[in-house]
Design a protein around this ligand. Structure first.
Ligand code: FPP
Ligand code: ZN
Length: 473
C-alpha cells in the first residue's frame, strides 16, 4: 500500500478487504473514521463470510445433483446418450466435492491464476509444434485470445509480445488495410480475421498502426456491405450476424462508424431472430449462442440514437421476452454451465457467448440484479474447466486451448460482476451505449471486469475509442 494519512491508509485497507469479500464499494461510501480494531473485525467477518459462501456452494451443489431438470428429453438418441455421459462425469466431480467436505462446507476449486498466466505467457513466447499448422488461418485470433486472456487476468503485456503482435498483424494486413486483414500470410482479407487482429492491436495499444490503416479498413468494410444491411465475410463470401458484429465493433472502436455503414443493419439483424427466441446466423436457420451474442451486442453499437429509451428501442426491434426465455434455457441445471443451442451439450466457451448476453439484457432492461445463476456458472467453470497444467477447456475430458481459455475466463468475470449502464447525459451517437458499461464486483475473484459488448477488459475499448475521438477533433 502506498504512503498516506491514517485515514487514507484505513480507507485503502477497507477498500482492499471489501474487494476480497466480493463487492467493491466506491471510496465515498466508506467511513474514513475506521480504526485498526475495526479493520480486524472486518478481517474476522471475512472468514465468516467465506464459511457462508462455502455453505451456499454445498446447498447449491446438493440441489443441482438432486433436482430434476425443468425439461427432460426421454427420446433415446445419440444426443441423449452424449448428454447422459456428460452428466455422469459432472455428477462424479460434484459428488466428490461434497464427499470431501466437512460440516457441509464446500469450497470451489480456486481459479489457478499462476498456472493460467504461465500457460498464456508460454504460448505467446514459444514456437508452436507442427500440429498447429491447422491454425494458419488464425494468426490474429490466436493473438487476441492469448493477450486478452492475459489482460483479463490483470497481467501486463511484455513489450516483446506487443512487438510480436504488431509484426504479425502487419504481415497479414493487405495493402495497408485496403484489402482488409487476412488470417495468415498470403490469405485474402476476412472480416473475422480483421476483427480479431484489430482487437489484438487495441489490447497492446498500438494506436499508431490502427490510425494508419483505419480509413482504408473503412473502405474495405463498405465494399462488403450488402443491400439488405448485412455484410459479407469477404468479397463473395457468406454474410451472417458474425460478420455484421465484427464490422460494427471495429468501426466503433476506430471511430469510423457512420450512417452509411449502419444503414438497414438493425432491421436485417431482427430477421435472424427465430421462433425459439435466439438468433441464427442468417434468417430461417437454427438459433445459436454465438450468432445470438453477435446480434444482441451489435444493437449496442447501432441503437444509441433515436426516440425513447434504449430499452424501448431494443424492445421495438426484437422480442426481448422470447430472447430472455431462450437464453435462460441455455443454463443447465445439473452442470451449471451453458449450451449453445437446444438439445446440445454444455461447453465453457458459451460462458461468454451466452453468458455475455445476460449483462447486455441486465443493462438494457434495468433489471437491477441477476438474470441467470452466477454461482452455478462459476461452479461449472472452476471445478470442471480448469486444466491443472494451465489453460481452460470446454468440459472435463477435453484439452485446454487458447479459444476456451479466453472465453471461459471472460465468462468467469461475468459471473463475478453485475452490470448496469453508467449515469448518462443524452447519448448522441449510434454506439454511445457500447461505452456506458458500469460493473460492480459481486463475487470474490481474480479477473478484471469486462466490457461484454467488445469481449475486452473494461477500459480497453474505452481507451481506444477516446484516442480516436481525440484524433478526429
Ligand atoms: C456450432 O458449433 C457453432 C456455430 C454454429 C457457430 C458459433 C459462432 C460463434 C461462436 C460466434 C463467432 C463470433 C465471432 C465474433 C466470429 P458446434 O456444432 O460444434 O457446437 P454446439 O454443439 O455447441 O452447437
Ligand atoms: Zn466451445
Amino acid at each position: 500500500m502506498s504512503g498516506g494519512t491514517q485515514d487514507s491508509i484505513n480507507t485503502e485497507k477497507v477498500t482492499y478487504l471489501l474487494g476480497l469479500l466480493g463487492r467493491q464499494r466506491s471510496v465515498s461510501e466508506l467511513n474514513p473514521d475506521l480504526s485498526d480494531s475495526d479493520f480486524e473485525d472486518i478481517a474476522s467477518e471475512e472468514d465468516e463470510l467465506h464459511k457462508d459462501s462455502d455453505k451456499k456452494v454445498y446447498t447449491m451443489l446438493s440441489q443441482m445433483l438432486t433436482k430434476p431438470p425443468v425439461v427432460e428429453d426421454s427420446y433415446e438418441s445419440s444426443t441423449t446418450d452424449s448428454q447422459s455421459a456428460v452428466e455422469d462425469v459432472i455428477t462424479g466431480i460434484y459428488t466428490d466435492l461434497i464427499e470431501m467436505s466437512e460440516s457441509n462446507l464446500v469450497r470451489n476449486d480456486p481459479f489457478n491464476l499462476k498456472v493460467h498466466v504461465k500457460y498464456a505467457e508460454k504460448c505467446l513466447t514459444s514456437p508452436f509444434p507442427p500440429q498447429y499448422v491447422g491454425y494458419d488461418a488464425n494468426h490474429g485470433w490466436m493473438l487476441y485470445w492469448l493477450v486478452n486472456f492475459l489482460r483479463t487476468m490483470n497481467r501486463p503485456v511484455d513489450e516483446s509480445v506487443s512487438k510480436l503482435v504488431t509484426d504479425k498483424i502487419l504481415r497479414v494486413t493487405i495493402n495497408e488495410g485496403l484489402g482488409g486483414i487476412g488470417g495468415g500470410s498470403g490469405q485474402i482479407g476476412h472480416a473475422a480475421s480483421m476483427y480479431a487482429s484489430v482487437l489484438a492491436l487495441v489490447l497492446v495499444e498500438d494506436f499508431d498502426t490502427l490510425n494508419r490503416i483505419r480509413h482504408n479498413l473503412y473502405k474495405w468494410m463498405m465494399s462488403l456491405k450488402k443491400d439488405n444491411g448485412s455484410f459479407s465475410m469477404h468479397p463473395g463470401g457468406e454474410s451472417d450476424t458474425r460478420s455484421t458484429y465484427c464490422i460494427l465493433v471495429i468501426a466503433s472502436l476506430l471511430n469510423i462508424l457512420d450512417e452509411q455503414l449502419c444503414k438497414d443493419t438493425a432491421s436485417w439483424l431482427a430477421t435472424c431472430q427465430t421462433y425459439e427466441g435466439g438468433f441464427s446466423g442468417i434468417p430461417n436457420t437454427e438459433a445459436h449462442g454465438g450468432y445470438t451474442f453477435c446480434a444482441i451486442a451489435s444493437y449496442f453499437v447501432l441503437l444509441g440514437k433515436g426516440e425513447g429509451s434504449f430499452k424501448e428501442r431494443l424492445n421495438n426491434v426484437i422480442d426481448v421476452d422470447n430472447l430472455l426465455r431462450w437464453t435462460a434455457m441455455r443454463q443447465y441445471h445439473l452442470e451449471g454451465g451453458f449450451s449453445g443451442r437446444t438439445n446440445k451439450l454444455v461447453d465453457a466457451c458459451y460462458s461468454f457467448w451466452i453468458g455475455g448476453i445476460f449483462p447486455l439484457l441486465e443493462m438494457s432492461q434495468n433489471t437491477n440484479g441477476s438474470l441467470f445463476d452466477r454461482d452455478a456458472l462459476r461452479t461449472y467453470i472452476l471445478n470442471c474447466c480448469q486444466d491443472s497444467r494451465g489453460g481452460l477447456r470446454d468440459k472435463p475430458g477435453k484439452s485446454p486451448d487458447f479459444y476456451h481459455s479466453n472465453y471461459t475466463t471472460l465468462g468467469l468475470s461475468i459471473a463475478e460482476h453485475e452490470y448496469s449502464f453508467m449515469a448518462q447525459t443524452k447519448p448522441a451517437n449510434n454506439d454511445d451505449y457500447a461505452y456506458l458499461v458500469d460493473s460492480v464486483r459481486v463475487r470474490d475473484g481474480d479477473c478484471s471486469a469486462i466490457n461484454p459488448i467488445f469481449g475486452l477488459p473494461l477500459g480497453v475499448a474505452e481507451k481506444c475509442k477516446e484516442y480516436f475521438k481525440l484524433a478526429d477533433k
